[in-house]
Design a protein around this ligand. Sequence first.
Ligand code: EAX
Length: 323
Amino acid sequence: MTTLARRLAFAFALAAPLATAPAQAQTEITVQHALPANSHTGVGAYTFKEAFERLTNGRYRVIAQRQDNEREMVESAQIGTIDCTFTSTGPVGNFVPEVRLFDVPFLFRDAAHARGVLDSEVGQQVLARFPARGLVGVVWLENGFRNMTNSRREINTPADLRGLKIRTMENQVHMRAFQTLGALPTPMAFSELIPALQQGTVDGQENPISVIVANNIFQVQRYFTMTRHVYSPQVMICNPQTVARLSQADRALFYQAAQEAQRANRARVTADDEAGVAELRRRGMTVITEVDTAAFQAALAPAFAEWERTLDAATLRRIRDWQ
Ligand code: EAX
């Protein structure tokens, strides 16, 4: 060997271990969530990130990103361009039809009822339908009970909805409900909602208080009615290969982190709901909290009859009878 070659060989011998030395290989997991980081959805995603990184002693790095088109997020998780998404069930029924069951209006009496059902074998059975559609449903989180806002008039009765253009999620069950109530449902992704409200393409929309506050929807809407007309679940959905690649031990930690995310997300929705009405009033909205729920349910009768035929009627009954 020439002197130069010897020097190079020596340099490589030194450099090689340095090059491969970064203390340990880190596996990256990309997780997308709708809504701002400081919202119930962001809290879920960031709690998962913090918990999974902590539980695995930093062997995994979770990259959390915001993306407000939930259908695209689910598609990305299916294709594998991202690992997981935290999404409302808005578009999920188009991928896993069994999920539509949980999108039926006035199905859940309150948060305890919804959380109890989703955490029971009823919720597990629906998660078990995801793999057949090329997805893994990891855990149920929540968006909360949805309420109506609009820029035209107070909504006190179903008749007040007649002719109003209401943005809905890209969700068959919700669209049918608003159509049955006499409104003109206009489905679109959340990312299009604020401009649509600003430009008057639609008169109103419906969302949980947490979403209305986190996105300043009170700036573009005048009237709020606390209809709580439908519970809006959220679900953490992952690419099947992402989950399959985890060792059995890491998979247990993955699910543990998802449970932590669920707890943090639900606690935040509860807090947002408690503080929300006062906040919306402070922000200048006309707030109606006394709602004749029975009148809205009666107006939905034809839609309920249809869902009895098109969805799993036995499970719907089981959910309604839940104690
Ligand atoms: O997931 O699209 C919606 O109205 C959802 O409630 C919102 O994006 C949060």
